[in-house]
Structures are given as C-alpha cells and as structure tokens.
Write a protein that binds this ligand. Structure first.
Ligand code: ATP
Ligand code: MG
Length: 612
C-alpha cells in the first residue's frame, strides 16, 4: 500500500548547500523577541561522517575495532574505553562530567576524577564479593555517583542494571526480582521505596546508600555507606579484561507495548556506541554535549555515558525535572553545543511557546537530535524556526543497543523521516515472510543481524529472544515503516498500533502529526476503535494548548483541518479532549492504554506508566 501522504523534502536542511552564506556574526545573532531565528545555521565544520555513500559502501565493523582499546588476546572492557584510556591520551584533566543538581549547583569531574573514583568503587564492590556476571543495580537520581557507579560495575565485570529514579516499588520489585540483583546503590530519599519490597528480594545482599548518615543505616539489612566504602578503598584497580561477548548491562525496555523485557548487552557494544556517537551525534573534541535522557533508559546509558565518553567528550547531566526555562538556561550557562533529546520534550518546549526560546541566546547549539518516538514534521519545522537548526531524528531500540537509522549531519533532513541506515547497517521493509518490499510500500521494519550492539539475549527468556528472529535472516523490530526512493525510512507505527480502516492501513503517527499541526492541539494519541462497517475507525485523544476553549465546534474544526491534510480514510472520526495522555516514565505515549480504556479492556502491565 502506498502511504497516504508523502511528506515533502525539507527545504532548509542543516546541510543544504545555500545556507553557508547565512551564518550570522556573533554580534547580530542574538536578537531578543524576534519571531524567528534570522538564519538557518550551518554545520560549522565538516561533519565527522562527510560522505554517506562512500562510507556506507566501504565500511566494516571489523575496521572500526582500531578506534577502540583492546587488551591482549582480544579482551576488552567498555569502561576502560570510556574512562581509563583517557588517562593517557591527553584528556586526563578534561572535564568528563558537568553535573548540575536540582538546586542548580554545578560540579565538574575530570576523566582523572572519574578514573580514581570508579577505581575506588570497583574495589569496594569487589570487597563485598561482587564477581564477574553478578547483577549490580542502581536506583539513583542523575548525580555524579550514578556515573561513577556505572563505570565501576563495568570495570569489575559485573552486569550493570539501571533503574529510573521515578520508579515506584512495583516497578522496582519486578526488575530486581527478575534480575536477581545482589547489590543495589541508592540514596536515602529513594530508599523507602526499596524498603517496602525488601522482604521480596531474597537475592539482594547489599544496599549501598549515597549520602546517608551512618546512624540511619541498618547493618542487619546489608546497608552500607557509599562514602565510607570509597574512603577505605584503593584508587588503583586493574580493569577486568572481558571477553567481548561478556555481559555489560541488563536494560529493561520502556514497557510501551507490554511488560518490560530485560535486554542483555555485552562489552563489544562499545564499538557501536563509539562509531554512532562519532557519526550521528557528530561529537568533536571541544563539544559540550547534553543528553536529556535519564540513564534509567537505554538512551541515557548508551548516549549519556558510554558513547560520548568513548570519544572523550564532555557530558552534561541535569538532575532537575523538565522545565522549559531551566532547560534553555542550562544550554546557555554551559554553552551546550550538541543536544540529544526526545519528541515529548520537544513538544513540551513547543507548547511553552516561542517567546521563552527567544529570551535565551542558545547560540552555542550546533546540532540537535531526537529519539524515542516519532518526531512530528511540525516539530522539526518549529525547531528550524526557533533554534535555526533542523532536529535530527534517529531510530533505535533498547534491543538494538545503538542507533541504526539516522538523519546524519551530512544528509538533508526530510521532516517526518527517521533518516537512512548507518554504515554497517542493512535495514529493510519486508512483508510477513521476509520478502523485501518496493519503495513506498508499508511493511515490517527489519535489520540484518550482526551489528556490534545487537541484543545477545532477553534475560531468562529465550522464547522472547527467539521472537525477534522469527522472519528468517532478519532482526524483527516490531515497528512498521516504509522506505522512499532515496533510501530514507519513514516510521508508520508499532506493528500493534497500525489501524485497519475500511481496507486501508493507517499509522497513528501520520494522524497525530496532522492533529498537532492545528494551533489548538499540543499532543495527540491515536487508536483504532472497532467498527462494524469499517473494521476500525480512527479515534484521536488530544490535549489542547494553554488557554484554548474546548467545545464541539473546536472538535469539528479540528476534524475538518485534518481531513484536508490526510487521505479521506485517514482522518479521525472521533476526537476526545483530555487533560493529558498516558505516557511511560520515559515519556512515550501509551496507545495501548488509550485503547484499553476506550474499549473497557484489561490494562495489562502498567509498571512503566508515568504518575500524573
Ligand atoms: P517496549 O518494548 O517495552 O514496549 P519500547 O519499545 O517503547 O517499550 P524502547 O526500546 O525504549 O522501548 O523504544 C524503542 C521503540 O521506540 C521503537 O521500537 C519505536 O517504536 C520507538 N522509537 C524509537 N525511536 C524512534 C523514532 N526515531 N521514530 C519513531 N519511533 C521511534
Ligand atoms: Mg520495544
């Protein structure tokens, strides 16, 4: 089937030829209260990946190995690559982490600081009996100790398990029980949630508390002070030399489509982290890079820790919650150059209005990226208007362990498209039997197995792992997409979310994107609702922008508006206004919940549901 609307090509991509002459002088660039950035910025220098076609044709993952540090006998450690090797490559005193806490206090850690602190933590973990393969989890806010702990776990050869700090006791219990974690690192503020479930965790031996006063710790419950442990530990640690296929971390998926899966990744993933951080994030020596994702999710772990540090890049972390003014202030304060965020955050920034953008300079920004959900074309166009930069969407999953499809800086951005497969990645769109489909045809998004960061297994769930390979010769992503004549991939929806209406297949994303183009609509979630006549009809749930008056008239107007943009069968016949949409804690719209609520069906696993 042909997709109902073929979105247009961006006219002013970050790498279009004519934009060079428009680069502003510093003095004139920050004009307050303008309605639009006056210029579209150009990449200041050539992109790290300059020539897509040539690199794609010539690249092999084998050749990328030379950029990483291996021990004798082909052994490797991802943490050695992220931190230790910078002790001897001139970056020892470079800031590795700019950590801004929720009171806006800034702490800086150099690669040397990280090296010594993580060595101490590795020694401490070993002194507790932690061995290669043991699961060590952390339940921490975005504070420096989270980063030290992650690196330390990997150095020991244990398996790191991130837990998002906003998890409630149930979400915590599911993951700690499933993984049989031996140790957890947390804070006094978060510990009460753990205390609630402690008696259900027979495998959990030690609870290391960061910033806990000694007298509050219960030795009988295995509670220990992080600071005391480190104080007594040596600053020297021999990084464990791992087999490239040894587990590095166990990451739980977002739970958007069902119960979160425990995805096992290995030390060799670092090759993929390194190359994609170089090509997609386009990181350079002098960049200040901010990834807004929490390390409780794959993006925050891979592109908030291992990828950028493997390149020796300075990383920013911000403990505070989302707030448009705070975010823009942080970018200006630290002069962030590369910014990796998500569609939900960008839609919220858009909702906060243009004025607040223009009250900030934001001139340090040179590259903006987005991941996690489809990025609506409207948001890309808004980004061009207010930041003067195209937002580069890219596609990957917890299971893929690294970015696979991306809008690379060297290619024009087509708003609404995820971009092209990276060098070393063969992606395609196939039917249910694995037969490749022609451009423009909607089908299953699949990838040839064998890239370095591909999942190695689903923790204690081999049948689930096997499901990813049910189409012979392919890794099956569970997403639906189509490819255009130029090889760009366009996301349609998760396979489960695609709507079948009067014989047409419609992806929720295109309908949602059309809805949010209406000035009254801030967010939209679209589902298929069973209908006798049409099989399914399209129902949309929308959240309105501030100050908009809801009413039947507005709903009719929005329907008419979307009718003009979508194929006749693809407009939402029902629209319901809501105060908010159900989202995962990582900020993804949970369409399955909208559907369950609408149809009065069981809601399934809601451990990932964000609290209102
Ligand atoms: P679960 O697997 O538990 O249901 P999840 O799929 O949301 O949750 P993640 O691994 O965090 O867990 O997310 C990967 C999914 O996010 C992709 O399969 C895709 O549906 C969506 N996604 C990620 N990036 C993009 C993107 N650029 N455009 C569209 N969708 C994206
Ligand atoms: Mg998934």
């Amino acid at each position: 089937m042909k997709v109902s609307e073929k979105p247009e090509k961006a006219s002013q991509g970050g790498s279009t030829k004519d934009s060079k002459s428009k680069v502003p002088s510093k003095a004139s660039s920050h004009v307050q209260h303008m309605s639009k950035r006056e210029v579209i910025k150009k990449f200041p220098v050539k992109a790290n990946l300059e020539d897509y076609a040539t690199t794609y044709a010539a690249f092999s993952w084998e050749s990328a190995r030379s950029e990483l540090a291996y021990f004798a006998g082909g052994k490797i450690n991802a943490a050695y690559n992220a931190v230790d090797r910078h002790m001897n490559d001139g970056r020892r005193n470079k800031v590795a982490l700019y950590s801004v806490d929720s009171n806006n206090n800034l702490e800086k850690l150099t690669f040397q600081d990280l090296y010594y602190l993580s060595n101490q933590m590795s020694n401490a973990l070993q002194s507790l009996g932690v061995e290669k393969g043991d699961r060590v989890f952390f339940f921490l806010p975005r504070i420096p100790e989270l980063y030290v702990t992650t690196i330390a776990i990997a150095k020991v050869g244990a398996v790191a398990g991130p837990l998002f700090s906003a998890f409630g006791p149930d979400a915590l219990c599911d993951r700690l029980q499933d993984s049989q974690a031996r140790v957890i690192v947390t804070t006094p503020a978060l510990k009460p949630k753990l205390d609630e479930i402690r008696d259900q965790l027979p495998d959990l031996e030690h609870v290391i508390v960061v910033g806990g006063s000694q007298h509050s710790l219960k030795a009988t419950a295995g509670e220990l002070s992080y600071e005391e442990l480190l104080e007594g530990a040596s600053q020297y640690f021999e990084c464990t030399q791992m087999d490239p296929e040894d587990p590095l971390y166990l990451l739980y998926t977002s739970g958007t489509t069902g119960k979160p899966k425990g995805v096992v990744h290995v030390h060799n993933d670092i090759i993929g982290h390194h190359m994609t951080s170089k090509w997609v994030l386009d990181l350079r020596e002098d960049d200040i890079y901010w990834c807004t994702a929490d390390p409780g999710w794959v993006t925050g772990t891979v592109y908030g820790i291992f990828g950028p540090w493997s390149l020796g890049t300075s990383v920013v972390t911000y403990e505070g919650r989302f707030d448009a003014v705070d975010w823009y202030e942080l970018i200006d304060r630290l002069r962030v150059t590369v910014w990796y965020t998500a569609p939900t955050a960008l839609r919220m920034l858009m909702k906060a209005g243009d004025e607040v953008v223009f009250e900030h300079s934001l001139q340090s920004l040179r590259h903006i990226l987005s991941v996690g959900e489809p990025l609506n074309p409207e948001v890309v166009r808004w980004g061009m208007k207010v930041f003067g930069l195209p937002i580069h969407d890219n596609w990957w999953q917890t299971e893929t362990g690294m970015q696979l499809i991306a809008n690379l800086p060297c290619l024009p951005v087509k708003p609404g498209s995820m971009g092209k497969p990276l060098p070393g990645i063969q992606a395609s769109v196939v039917d249910d039997h694995g037969v490749e489909l022609a451009p423009g045809q909607l089908g299953r998004l699949v990838v040839r197995p064998g890239w370095p960061a591909m999942l190695r297994t689903i923790w204690k769930n081999q049948p689930k792992f096997d499901e990813y390979f049910r189409i012979p010769g392919w890794y099956f992503s569970g997403d639906n997409a189509w490819k255009d004549e130029e090889g760009y991939f366009w996301f349609v929806g998760r396979a489960d979310d695609v709507i079948n209406t009067a014989g047409h297949r419609v992806g929720p994303f295109e309908v949602e994107s059309a809805l949010i183009e209406h000035p009254a609509v801030a967010e939209a979630g679209v589902i298929g609702k069973p209908d006798k006549e049409r099989g399914e009809i399209i129902k949309a749930f929308i959240v309105l922008n501030k100050g908009v008056n809801a009413g039947e008239e507005l709903i009719e107007e929005i329907k008419e508006f979307t009718k003009k943009q979508l194929a006749a069968h693809a407009y939402p016949r029902e629209i319901e206004i809501r105060d908010s949409l159900p989202k995962t804690r990582s900020g993804k719209i949970m369409r399955r919940l909208l559907k369950a609520w609408e149809l009065g069906l069981p809601t399934g696993d809601t451990s990932s549901l964000e609290e209102e």
